[in-house]
Design a protein around this ligand. Structure first.
Ligand SMILES: [Zn+2]
Length: 177
């Protein structure tokens, strides 16, 4: 419990330092979420909450890391759809909006994407994925949760907004390499 308190304090310190305060961080990211929804998803996305979570949120019971520092939680009986952002994402005001967008694509895919949506993208996207994941097992694992439809949408958005595609696809993992 004490360690959890310490982690929360650490997160608050980080938010104060990087964003000015926790409130300002929520304000900025919520505003970005709304403008992304308008500009990139035709204002069709249902509400998705943004939540800041400590690092331990991303470790399983065995202490293994389960994510690169962010996670999309689909809506359930207990909670609304939520995008969870951890310290490794929140430590950069440049990275956090891109990771937010990545998780919004998951939300879009789960709640809105139709089978009819054309999921075509240039073969350079596959080349990029293979290049970043030098380990084919890791590449396969990643692809299992990022469909062609996801890739097509990410490619479309990265082109439209001039966002580095590798960062949009891998976020933090990519930056740390
Ligand atoms: Zn993802």
């Amino acid at each position: 419990m004490e360690q959890q308190d310490e982690e929360i304090k650490e997160l608050t310190r980080l938010l104060n330092l990087v964003w000015g305060s926790e409130e300002l961080a929520y304000e900025r990211l919520n505003r970005l979420r709304d403008s992304y929804n308008c500009d990139l998803f035709n204002a069709m996305l249902s509400l998705v909450q943004v939540a800041f979570v400590p690092e331990s949120f991303f470790t399983d019971l065995l202490g293994n890391r389960t994510s690169a520092g962010s996670r999309y939680e689909p809506a359930s009986t207990y909670m609304e759809a939520t995008i969870c952002l951890g310290p490794r994402v929140l430590e950069s005001t440049e990275l956090a909006p891109i990771v937010l967008l990545h998780e919004m694509i998951h939300h879009w895919e789960l709640t809105l994407a139709q089978d009819l949506y054309l999921f075509e993208y240039p073969s350079t996207v596959d080349v990029l994925i293979d290049r970043i994941f030098s380990d084919p097992i890791r590449a396969r694992k990643w692809r299992a949760t990022h469909s062609k439809r996801f890739l097509a949408k990410a490619h479309e958005i990265s082109t439209k907004r001039e966002i580095d595609l590798a960062t949009l696809l891998y976020g933090h993992m990519h930056l740390r390499r």
